[in-house]
Design a protein around this ligand. Sequence first.
Ligand code: FES
Length: 94
Amino acid sequence: MNQVVQEAKRAAQELDPVICSCFKVKASTIRMAINTGGAASCEEVRELTDASSGCGACACRVERLLAGFPAQCGPCALCPACGHISKLCQCQCA
Ligand code: FES
């Protein structure tokens, strides 16, 4: 893939990261569930978006968004290129 396209894709993903890799739910979708849909808990976000209804690994990121913090937290951060948990990522994008 062209390097410019990769950089643009990475920048876009950093602005609106995938929060739930199981269901490909982005931060903007969860923020919409909170701000427009009135979701006030992880369960309500789950009902509206499916985020955290699979493996559950993204629940801490959903909770961070509910608390008004950025989604990315250290050990749970997702790779901006492939969306998998960074510690397990093998896409060599970084
Ligand atoms: S990463 Fe969200 S349910 Fe698995």
